[in-house]
Write a protein that binds this ligand. Structure first.
Ligand SMILES: NC(=O)c1ccc[n+]([C@@H]2O[C@H](COP(=O)([O-])OP(=O)(O)OC[C@H]3O[C@@H](n4cnc5c(N)ncnc54)[C@H](OP(=O)(O)O)[C@@H]3O)[C@@H](O)[C@H]2O)c1
Length: 332
């Protein structure tokens, strides 16, 4: 069994722990929290009795195989670095790091710790419906781009309107709409079409300079991908991939609840699978496969790593095109 430690005690960590346990590949051994009370409450909610709570990273990394990091984005870099230095595998929530300089430092550190594996928890690309979309796009005679949407009113936006500064809506925590939700469609575009030749982001900014919503364009040789995302409104638009006359449509590029194929005549076929209720089980299983057999799975691991790197660079290029700076950029 893979000994799992976690950072962050919010709902997403609970979902990941439930997914990891459902694979029967992991055992939760250690919870890191800034407070013992939060860590103990987290374990009690999950009815787990044989794990411990620690409040320092050195105690967390002393006796685990892999850490799942779900802290505010700006903390991912230092917490990942400390894990790699302790020879602990890393599953880090999206986005991996605040910028490409940090990512390059992670890559250098990984070269010195060759047995450590570093995964970005981009859960949607591990879903069967994502693979069905990829395969169906591969069968199109021509690709003419896509419109990808992920726009959801944030549970924290009410707090913002009430004058607070939730982490996920601040540049101090390397957050905002692009790095929080835009990353899902950007991931999909790069996984399916490769790195774009050029990008442009037109955001709507909050008073604190973080982006609340926006539209981005990824330009390729023969087509472009339009990406719509936001945290201050709900969208019910589907996401679509275009062939010549054919279209592949999905409910929402992060959740991928269904996939519909429209032939040239507009006739539809449901080509998707019903996803598991917990959308993190597939990634937890994929990461366990690599940890358990790194040699047998090195090709797919390297593909995920290169994809994470390209996504990180593209996010940075997009926000640079809009003049959005993060304080983390000044630490370089
Ligand atoms: N894959 C997905 O579907 C998905 C969904 C939601 C979020 N996420 C990702 O998960 C990560 C966490 O997001 P979130 O919305 O849960 O963030 P959050 O609520 O702001 O913080 C997550 C945890 O980090 C700790 N934390 C909070 N503020 C902190 C601070 N100022 N300094 C140090 N630690 C702090 C807290 O744990 P303690 O109090 O126990 O220390 C908290 O439970 C982000 O990277 C986000 O992108 C992914």
């Amino acid at each position: 069994m893979i000994k799992l430690g976690i950072i962050g005690t919010n709902w997403i960590t609970k979902m990941f722990v439930e997914a990891a346990l459902a694979t029967n590949e992991y055992v939760l051994t250690t919870v890191y929290s800034r407070s013992l009370d939060s860590g103990e409450k987290f374990l009690a909610d999950l009815r787990i009795e044989d794990a411990s709570v620690v409040t320092t990273l050195s105690d967390l990394y002393a006796d685990i195989d892999v850490v799942y990091i779900a802290s505010p984005n700006a903390l991912h870099f230092e917490q990942s670095k400390a894990a790699i230095e302790a020879d602990v595998h890393v599953i880090v929530e999206k986005p991996t790091t605040s910028n490409p300089v940090e990512f390059a430092e992670i890559e250098q550190l990984l070269a010195q710790h060759a047995d450590v594996r570093y995964f970005e928890a981009a859960r949607h690309i591990h879903q069967p419906n994502f693979k069905i979309i990829a395969q169906t796009i591969g069968e199109l005679s021509e690709i003419q781009g896509a419109t990808l949407v992920y726009q959801k009113y944030s549970s924290r936006f009410d707090a913002y309107l009430a004058g607070k500064e939730p982490n996920v809506l601040t540049r101090e925590f390397s957050a905002g709409a692009l790095y929080d939700l835009g990353i899902y469609p950007i991931y999909a575009a790069i996984a399916l079409f490769g790195a774009p030749q050029a990008v442009q982001y037109l955001p709507i900014l909050l008073a604190n300079g973080a982006d609340a919503r926006g539209t981005a364009n990824l330009f390729y040789d023969k087509y472009n991908v339009t990406v719509i995302f936001g945290k201050n409104a709900n969208s019910y638009l589907p996401s679509e991939f275009y062939g010549l006359k054919e279209t592949i449509s999905t409910s929402n590029i992060a959740e991928l609840e269904h996939v519909t194929y429209y032939d040239g005549e507009g006739q539809t076929e449901n080509i998707g699978e019903t996803p598991y209720d917990n959308p993190m089980i597939r990634e937890a299983q994929d990461f366990a496969n690599v940890i358990n057999d790194p040699v047998g799975n090195h090709v797919i691991y390297n593909q995920w790593f290169q994809l994470a790197k390209q996504v990180n660079q593209t996010l940075f290029d997009l926000r640079s095109s809009a003049g959005i700076e993060f304080p983390a950029d000044q630490k370089e």
